[in-house]
Design a protein around this ligand. Structure first.
Ligand code: HEC
Length: 434
């Protein structure tokens, strides 16, 4: 988090016009105007209808966003370790999985813990896929993939040599996996698995297209289309490792996210590069289309959930609370502090009338015992904790991190590393929570 010059002068509004145009045209600046969504890299994004989105990341949290307000509606710290994958469930819920090898099945309404847990993998899960009939696929570094039926039956897919990195369900319902061993395999219900491709280098990501094709992305940037008849076609210039793939619902666009930081949109079936989305140059870990295919969501090492026009590749801005709204709400507040506060605004309000969001409101924070806002459902750790919040204890919370100071808290793993940022945040809280 670094300070960015804020327009402080209200005398001539016209002076803002070139600035606004600059923000609109230059994602780097626009992004400085927006809160990071997570305390660490965003590893998975999943649109849930038109008004909600789930995201998950290295900060060990699963966050459910209200897209109408840009606020977090729910933060869950249920997984033990990074959360790597999300997939939709029938009925509006979703599944999450991560380092701890567990899969949580979350209900459609915001909840603090999953309704059901699927256990069985012996190592981290790195990918999930939704299949027909409510089936769920998982790919793990224990060398297996699993298909979990809605009735609880589980099928273990064994054969890859080493980590399984990706799983999808082909249009015909058959699960397809890809792994560190460079192979892509299909697993029909009956008979032996089918080797769809053997490419030498590790395969990181898969996407299933409506026509029955499979797209596979590799560590050397190779992007291949495997047609239903088995023909293989390489469509992209090789470059940086591909980390994630997504196909638009109509199958006309394939999005490929790279660890180099860009996202390429290919027009299918030709495989022509249609647009390249340029973010801040940090690895992009996840891509997902909205149900109507109009919006592409991405998540990555910049800790943000970004939104793009899927037709043109134009940035539509990251998810989160608009910075100008914040500045207007606190006239006279330390602008640097307002800037740092953006990282908190998605989950906390500063006045009791705005109420509790995913986190408790922070009105009259200093002097208050932790876990003491009436009506907010704290974690055990905060509810029975005895820290009194002062400028010093809050500074400590974000120097060492909530996971260290209050282990067991639901607040995502995050720190404010720069001492000047931290001092500005505390100054802002002193002004704004009074
Ligand atoms: C993604 C959501 C999220 C973000 C971002 C977030 N918090 Fe929190 N915060 C929470 C949750 C949830 C809790 C309650 C934790 C619990 O019950 O364990 C909390 C608790 C707190 C508490 C303790 C409040 C009390 O009543 O005891 C403080 C202080 C706090 N947050 C400050 C911050 C600040 C400052 C930032 C920004 C640097 C921030 N939070 C960013 C979700 C968030």
């Amino acid at each position: 988090m670094s300070p960015t010059a804020q327009p402080r002068d209200r005398r001539g509004l016209w002076m803002l016009v070139p600035l606004l145009l600059l923000f609109a045209a230059w994602p780097g600046a626009a992004e400085a105007q927006q809160a990071p969504a997570h305390g660490g890299p965003v590893r998975a994004v999943l649109p849930l209808g038109e008004e909600a989105l789930a995201s998950a990341g290295f900060d060990e949290s699963v966050i459910r966003w209200d897209l109408r307000t840009g606020h977090a509606a729910m933060v869950a710290r249920w997984h033990d370790g990074a959360v790597n994958a999300l997939a939709p469930l029938p009925g509006g819920g979703f599944a999450s999985a991560g380092e701890d090898g567990r899969i949580g099945l979350w209900p459609a309404a915001p909840a603090e813990a999953p309704e059901r847990v699927l256990a069985g993998h012996a190592a981290r899960i790195v990918a999930l896929a939704a299949g027909p009939g409510g089936r769920l696929g998982s790919a793990s570094w224990d060398g297996t993939a699993r298909v979990w039926a809605a009735d609880g039956a589980v099928r273990v897919l064994e054969g890859h040599l080493g980590n399984v990195n990706a799983i999808v369900f082909r249009a015909d319902g058959i699960p397809v996996t890809a792994g560190f061993d460079g192979t892509v395999r299909a697993w029909p219900e009956e008979g032996a698995p089918i080797l769809l491709g053997e490419f030498g280098l590790p395969q990181n990501a898969l996407a299933a297209l409506p026509d029955g094709s499979i797209a596979a992305g590799a560590v050397d940037g190779a992007l291949r289309l495997i047609a239903p008849d088995g023909t293989i076609r390489e469509i992209a210039e090789r470059g940086r490792a591909i980390a994630a793939l997504a196909a638009s619902p109509d199958g006309r666009t394939l999005a490929a996210a790279s660890l180099g930081g860009s996202v390429a949109l290919y027009a299918l079936p030709e495989g022509r590069l249609r647009a390249t989305l340029e973010g801040p140059g940090l690895p992009v870990w996840s891509v997902a289309f909205s149900a109507d295919g109009a919006v592409l969501w991405t998540g990555g090492a910049d800790r943000r959930v970004r939104r793009w026009d899927a037709a043109t590749g134009r940035p539509l801005g990251p998810l989160g609370v608009e910075m100008p709204d914040l500045a207007a709400a606190f006239p006279g507040a330390d602008p640097h502090g307002v800037q740092v506060w953006q990282a908190c605004a998605a989950c906390h309000s500063l006045t009791p009338d705005h109420g509790n969001m995913a986190g408790p409101h922070l009105h009259r924070l200093f002097g208050r015992r932790m876990g003491s806002v009436p009506g907010y459902r704290y974690s055990e750790r905060l509810a029975r904790g005895d820290i009194v919040w002062t400028p010093e204890t809050v500074a400590d919370l974000f120097t060492r991190g909530p996971d260290v100071v209050t282990p067991g808290t639901r607040m995502p793993v995050q720190r404010v590393d720069n001492p000047a940022d931290l001092a500005a945040l505390i100054r802002f809280l002193e002004q704004a929570t009074r």
